[in-house]
Design a protein around this ligand. Structure first.
Ligand code: COA
Length: 188
């Protein structure tokens, strides 16, 4: 009989929920920390935008309110664990032409201090459940070709590589993966 191959450990107690007023200090800290990765942690945050206004704007995104023209309805969630804000996810409910080619259905990040603990894998796994709940059966998830961490996360969640797409001149090409939202995918 074959010996089961152990998967990575699943971090306990990761909760995805919408931003709240009490999150401001950690959220702004995370936003600053992710600049080194050129990653916009607080998606669409305006210069000098007040936190209560941002929280209320984000709450309208699933219905397509409070977004810029051309953006699709989305669900923006913070990941909490260990009593801290550890990461965030953005689940797009459908694809527009830019998302179809480049951005995909789901974006995520984990704060530097909380990396390599399985959080991104769990954030993506839970985001796939959210995507499923808004009718996405196959989610497109993309990452830069040199982002080995993100590629590993997507593959652990069952991502099947379709190919690599070039961006604008000077942009890093992206790996495009399709991930079933019904397979219960992570930790394979
Ligand atoms: C990419 C990112 C989300 C990974 O977050 P994470 O919480 O560290 O990921 P996980 O702990 O779930 O990693 C799962 C596996 O991915 C691989 N991995 C993760 N980060 C890695 C790295 N920097 N180098 C090599 N492999 C890495 C490992 O195999 C890891 O498992 P292991 O720790 O058991 O070896 C995080 O580094 C990040 O937020 N980066 C900046 C934003 C970003 O790139 N977001 C993704 C956009 S597509």
């Amino acid at each position: 009989m074959a010996t089961p191959v152990p998967g990575p450990s699943v971090p306990a107690g990761v909760v995805l929920r919408p931003p709240e007023l009490s999150d401001e200090a950690e959220a702004r800290a995370a936003h600053a920390e992710l600049q080194v990765d050129s990653f916009e942690f607080l998606l669409g945050l305006g210069n000098d935008e007040a936190w209560p206004g941002y929280v209320s704007r984000v709450a309208g995104w699933p219905e397509g309110r409070g977004t810029e023209a051309g953006t699709v309805p989305s669900t923006f969630l913070f990941a909490h664990a260990e009593g801290h804000l550890v990461g965030r996810a953005s689940v797009r409910h459908r694809l527009n032409p830019w998302l179809e080619r480049w951005g995909g259905h789901i974006g995520y990040a984990v704060r530097p201090a909380f990396r390599r603990r399985g959080y991104a894998t769990e954030v993506l796994r839970q985001s796939l459940v959210v995507a499923r709940s808004v009718g996405v059966e196959l989610a497109l998830v993309t990452c830069d070709v040199d982002n080995v961490g993100s590629a590993a996360v997507i593959e652990r969640c069952g991502g099947v590589l379709e190919g690599i797409v070039d961006g604008e001149p000077g942009e890093t090409p992206k790996r495009r993966y399709w991930v079933s939202t019904t397979a219960g995918g992570a930790h394979q």
